[in-house]
Design a protein around this ligand. Sequence first.
Ligand code: NAP
Length: 313
Amino acid sequence: MTARILDGTKLAAEIRAEVAAEVKSMAAEGVRPGLAVILAGHNPASEVYVRGKVKSSEEVGIYSEKHTPPDTVTTAELLSLVAELNGREDIDGILVQLPLPPQVDAKKVLLAVDPAKDVDGFHPMNVGYLSTQRPGLVACTPAGVMEILKRSGVSISGQEAVVVGRSDIVGKPMAMLLLNANATVTVCHSKTRDLPGVCRRADILVAAIGRAGMVTRDFVKPGATVIDVGMNKVTERTEFDRFFAGNRKREETFLSKGSTLVGDVHPEVAEVAGAITPVPGGVGPLTIAMLMANTVKAAKLRREAGTVELMRT
Ligand code: NAP
């Protein structure tokens, strides 16, 4: 069996087009959603991510602005920037790009973001909304995975789902979303016994581990849907050969760039899975698309809340 490829690039384009249409209809009512991104210090990977987020905002018609405090920024300075953005009527979403410089208390900064503008969905208030199934903002990567599953017609209700990874930004919200969609969910981590055996129970297997190609064929029930959240850079030839020996196209990229990306799932899994997300071009593109969708959602929720406040007074 060769797995159906779940094309994240195509699905992300679909979502961006829907967001662009919503932004257009909001413009007719005089509203333009606004996103502020805080990029503190110099981190080459973060700079690439933030550039992508700003570019994507422009493409869908969302107003965006970038704040770039220096490497030496203090927690107090960031708190004051967040407070200013919390108070601005034209800003609906605030995104604090992680990691922050080491002297900054990142948890304190994230907690200071107004939950109504928390487009990353990391604030405990939004985490609570998710676990109690109330409207709120959901972390972009797991929300993107749900879009892949739903838009690809993968049934979730009653299915066995296994999530490997329990981080606050991917694993835990992923498990909660699958549970809310009526899957029977198991969450695995570094202390899980017999990981391959537990994973083999899955109809839907989500890998969010951060270990190149760790999920091999023996982790996967034939026909299962496999979602690979991992993004790992391969730079060593021996490692490249372990994953991509004989793959001409990959070899060209590897030789020209000196690296290539591999997920947490070994490419051999495509021979047993029923459907699988590729890396790159799977979950990654959905993350930015969902940030756009979250910014529009925040703009709407905030205005609906405003209407309620007005009605009360
Ligand atoms: P993380 O915070 O490092 O969490 C990794 C999780 O994997 C932890 O819960 C850890 O268990 C578990 N784990 C590590 N080694 C394991 C092992 N040998 N067996 C079983 N579980 C193991 O990582 P993250 O932020 O969730 O990210 C996970 C991956 O997704 C990374 O590759 C990251 O680059 C990628 N990512 C991609 C996107 C995207 O847009 N595509 C977005 C975010 C993240 P413990 O809790 O026991 O330590």
